[in-house]
Design a binder for this molecule. Structure first.
Ligand SMILES: [Zn+2]
Ligand SMILES: [Zn+2]
Length: 212
Protein backbone atom coordinates (compact mmCIF):
# COMPACT_ATOMS: atom_id res chain seq x y z
CA UNK A 1 0.00 0.00 0.00
CA UNK A 2 1.27 3.44 -0.92
CA UNK A 3 0.60 5.88 1.93
CA UNK A 4 1.45 9.56 2.06
CA UNK A 5 0.42 11.89 4.85
CA UNK A 6 0.62 15.67 5.05
CA UNK A 7 -0.43 18.25 7.67
CA UNK A 8 0.08 22.02 7.82
CA UNK A 9 -0.78 24.80 10.29
CA UNK A 10 -3.05 26.07 11.65
CA UNK A 11 -5.15 22.91 11.99
CA UNK A 12 -2.37 20.29 11.60
CA UNK A 13 -5.03 18.05 10.18
CA UNK A 14 -3.81 14.89 8.46
CA UNK A 15 -4.63 14.51 4.78
CA UNK A 16 -3.76 11.23 3.07
CA UNK A 17 -3.04 9.74 -0.30
CA UNK A 18 -3.52 5.96 -0.31
CA UNK A 19 -2.61 4.07 -3.45
CA UNK A 20 -2.26 0.66 -5.02
CA UNK A 21 1.39 -0.13 -5.73
CA UNK A 22 0.42 -2.33 -8.69
CA UNK A 23 -2.20 -0.33 -10.58
CA UNK A 24 -1.23 3.17 -9.29
CA UNK A 25 -4.90 3.92 -8.62
CA UNK A 26 -5.36 5.97 -5.44
CA UNK A 27 -7.74 7.81 -3.16
CA UNK A 28 -7.31 11.12 -1.37
CA UNK A 29 -8.72 11.25 2.17
CA UNK A 30 -9.76 14.58 3.73
CA UNK A 31 -7.94 17.16 1.59
CA UNK A 32 -7.50 20.34 3.62
CA UNK A 33 -4.98 23.16 3.68
CA UNK A 34 -2.20 20.63 2.92
CA UNK A 35 -3.80 19.71 -0.43
CA UNK A 36 -0.83 20.89 -2.52
CA UNK A 37 1.42 18.50 -0.61
CA UNK A 38 -1.01 15.67 -1.32
CA UNK A 39 -1.17 16.54 -5.01
CA UNK A 40 2.64 16.66 -5.13
CA UNK A 41 2.69 13.12 -3.73
CA UNK A 42 0.19 12.08 -6.38
CA UNK A 43 2.39 13.48 -9.14
CA UNK A 44 5.60 12.08 -7.68
CA UNK A 45 4.05 8.63 -7.37
CA UNK A 46 2.46 8.82 -10.82
CA UNK A 47 -0.84 7.97 -9.19
CA UNK A 48 -4.32 8.19 -10.68
CA UNK A 49 -6.77 9.45 -8.06
CA UNK A 50 -10.14 7.80 -8.61
CA UNK A 51 -12.03 9.05 -5.54
CA UNK A 52 -11.86 11.76 -2.87
CA UNK A 53 -13.22 10.36 0.39
CA UNK A 54 -14.21 12.57 3.34
CA UNK A 55 -14.36 11.21 6.88
CA UNK A 56 -16.56 14.16 7.88
CA UNK A 57 -17.25 17.78 6.96
CA UNK A 58 -15.58 19.96 9.60
CA UNK A 59 -13.78 22.78 7.84
CA UNK A 60 -10.24 21.56 8.51
CA UNK A 61 -11.02 18.33 6.61
CA UNK A 62 -12.55 19.92 3.52
CA UNK A 63 -10.78 23.21 2.69
CA UNK A 64 -8.78 21.46 -0.06
CA UNK A 65 -11.67 19.60 -1.66
CA UNK A 66 -12.15 22.06 -4.51
CA UNK A 67 -8.45 22.06 -5.38
CA UNK A 68 -8.21 18.26 -5.17
CA UNK A 69 -11.21 17.85 -7.42
CA UNK A 70 -9.94 20.41 -9.91
CA UNK A 71 -6.57 18.62 -10.13
CA UNK A 72 -7.86 15.04 -10.31
CA UNK A 73 -11.45 15.23 -11.63
CA UNK A 74 -12.29 12.56 -9.05
CA UNK A 75 -15.72 12.48 -7.38
CA UNK A 76 -16.11 13.69 -3.79
CA UNK A 77 -17.81 11.39 -1.28
CA UNK A 78 -19.42 12.28 2.06
CA UNK A 79 -21.91 10.77 4.47
CA UNK A 80 -25.30 12.45 3.91
CA UNK A 81 -25.70 13.28 7.60
CA UNK A 82 -22.75 15.70 7.36
CA UNK A 83 -23.94 17.59 4.30
CA UNK A 84 -25.40 20.35 6.48
CA UNK A 85 -21.87 21.00 7.76
CA UNK A 86 -20.31 20.73 4.31
CA UNK A 87 -22.69 23.28 2.85
CA UNK A 88 -21.92 25.69 5.72
CA UNK A 89 -18.13 25.58 5.45
CA UNK A 90 -17.94 29.37 5.03
CA UNK A 91 -19.94 29.85 8.24
CA UNK A 92 -17.77 27.25 10.01
CA UNK A 93 -14.78 29.37 9.05
CA UNK A 94 -16.38 32.50 10.48
CA UNK A 95 -17.15 30.68 13.72
CA UNK A 96 -13.46 29.76 14.06
CA UNK A 97 -12.14 33.09 12.78
CA UNK A 98 -10.93 31.88 9.38
CA UNK A 99 -11.82 33.01 5.89
CA UNK A 100 -12.77 29.86 4.02
CA UNK A 101 -13.91 29.42 0.43
CA UNK A 102 -17.08 27.54 -0.43
CA UNK A 103 -16.32 24.07 -1.82
CA UNK A 104 -17.86 22.32 -4.85
CA UNK A 105 -20.91 20.20 -4.09
CA UNK A 106 -20.51 16.62 -2.94
CA UNK A 107 -20.78 14.21 -5.88
CA UNK A 108 -21.76 11.01 -4.09
CA UNK A 109 -23.12 10.16 -0.68
CA UNK A 110 -21.97 6.99 1.05
CA UNK A 111 -24.70 4.40 0.74
CA UNK A 112 -23.68 1.41 2.85
CA UNK A 113 -20.21 -0.01 3.39
CA UNK A 114 -19.01 -0.20 -0.18
CA UNK A 115 -16.15 -1.01 -0.52
CA UNK A 116 -14.93 1.82 -2.74
CA UNK A 117 -12.21 0.16 -4.81
CA UNK A 118 -8.86 1.49 -6.04
CA UNK A 119 -6.68 -1.06 -7.78
CA UNK A 120 -6.21 -4.13 -5.58
CA UNK A 121 -7.49 -2.23 -2.56
CA UNK A 122 -10.87 -1.28 -1.20
CA UNK A 123 -12.05 1.22 1.41
CA UNK A 124 -14.95 0.00 3.52
CA UNK A 125 -17.10 2.82 4.89
CA UNK A 126 -18.10 2.50 8.56
CA UNK A 127 -20.55 5.04 9.95
CA UNK A 128 -19.22 6.25 13.32
CA UNK A 129 -21.33 9.22 14.46
CA UNK A 130 -20.66 11.15 17.66
CA UNK A 131 -17.96 13.70 16.75
CA UNK A 132 -20.51 14.79 14.14
CA UNK A 133 -23.60 13.05 12.72
CA UNK A 134 -22.07 11.88 9.44
CA UNK A 135 -18.61 10.85 10.63
CA UNK A 136 -17.22 7.71 9.03
CA UNK A 137 -14.11 5.59 9.42
CA UNK A 138 -12.47 3.99 6.39
CA UNK A 139 -11.10 0.45 6.63
CA UNK A 140 -8.64 -0.07 3.78
CA UNK A 141 -7.63 -3.60 2.85
CA UNK A 142 -5.86 -5.27 -0.04
CA UNK A 143 -8.04 -7.86 -1.76
CA UNK A 144 -5.69 -10.75 -0.88
CA UNK A 145 -4.96 -9.64 2.71
CA UNK A 146 -7.71 -9.27 5.33
CA UNK A 147 -5.68 -6.99 7.65
CA UNK A 148 -7.08 -3.45 7.44
CA UNK A 149 -5.57 -0.03 7.99
CA UNK A 150 -8.05 2.38 9.56
CA UNK A 151 -8.50 6.06 8.74
CA UNK A 152 -10.74 7.32 11.51
CA UNK A 153 -10.99 11.08 11.01
CA UNK A 154 -11.66 12.80 14.34
CA UNK A 155 -13.46 9.83 15.90
CA UNK A 156 -10.41 8.52 17.79
CA UNK A 157 -6.94 9.94 18.44
CA UNK A 158 -3.78 8.57 20.03
CA UNK A 159 -4.69 9.02 23.70
CA UNK A 160 -7.88 10.97 23.08
CA UNK A 161 -11.22 11.09 21.27
CA UNK A 162 -12.95 13.65 19.09
CA UNK A 163 -14.60 16.70 20.62
CA UNK A 164 -18.38 16.52 20.93
CA UNK A 165 -19.26 20.17 21.60
CA UNK A 166 -19.77 21.15 17.94
CA UNK A 167 -23.18 20.98 16.16
CA UNK A 168 -24.48 17.42 16.06
CA UNK A 169 -21.81 16.09 18.42
CA UNK A 170 -22.70 13.67 21.22
CA UNK A 171 -20.32 12.01 23.69
CA UNK A 172 -22.35 8.84 24.37
CA UNK A 173 -22.84 8.31 20.63
CA UNK A 174 -19.12 8.76 20.02
CA UNK A 175 -18.07 6.30 22.73
CA UNK A 176 -20.61 3.81 21.41
CA UNK A 177 -19.24 4.19 17.84
CA UNK A 178 -15.68 3.56 19.01
CA UNK A 179 -16.59 0.51 21.09
CA UNK A 180 -19.13 -0.99 18.69
CA UNK A 181 -17.30 -0.33 15.40
CA UNK A 182 -13.59 0.36 15.95
CA UNK A 183 -12.93 -1.95 18.88
CA UNK A 184 -14.11 -4.96 16.86
CA UNK A 185 -10.81 -4.72 14.92
CA UNK A 186 -7.76 -6.68 16.11
CA UNK A 187 -5.25 -5.03 18.47
CA UNK A 188 -2.53 -4.75 15.84
CA UNK A 189 -4.75 -2.75 13.43
CA UNK A 190 -3.03 0.55 12.50
CA UNK A 191 -5.10 3.67 13.13
CA UNK A 192 -4.47 6.94 11.29
CA UNK A 193 -6.36 9.80 12.92
CA UNK A 194 -7.36 13.16 11.54
CA UNK A 195 -4.80 14.85 13.80
CA UNK A 196 -1.60 13.57 15.37
CA UNK A 197 0.36 10.37 15.07
CA UNK A 198 -0.22 6.76 14.14
CA UNK A 199 -1.66 4.50 16.83
CA UNK A 200 -3.23 1.04 16.99
CA UNK A 201 -6.55 -0.32 18.16
CA UNK A 202 -4.77 -2.28 20.92
CA UNK A 203 -2.86 0.76 22.16
CA UNK A 204 -6.09 2.76 22.49
CA UNK A 205 -8.04 -0.16 23.96
CA UNK A 206 -5.40 -0.51 26.67
CA UNK A 207 -4.42 3.09 27.41
CA UNK A 208 -6.88 5.66 26.07
CA UNK A 209 -8.22 7.42 29.19
CA UNK A 210 -11.65 7.97 27.61
CA UNK A 211 -12.09 4.27 26.90
CA UNK A 212 -10.42 2.26 29.62
ZN1 LIG B 1 -13.77 17.22 13.10
ZN1 LIG C 1 -10.27 17.79 12.47
Amino acid sequence: MILERAAVPPFLKNGFVVGCEETREAIIIDPGDEVEDLLQAVRAGRLKVTNILLTHAHLDHITGVGRAKEATSAPVWLHPDDNFLYERVVQQGIAFGFRVEAQPPVDRFYDGEGPIRFGKYGARVLHTPGHCPGGVCLAVTREDDPRPTLFVGDTLFAGSIGRTDLPGGDMETLLDSIRRVLFTFPDETPVWSGHGELTTIGQERRTNPFLT
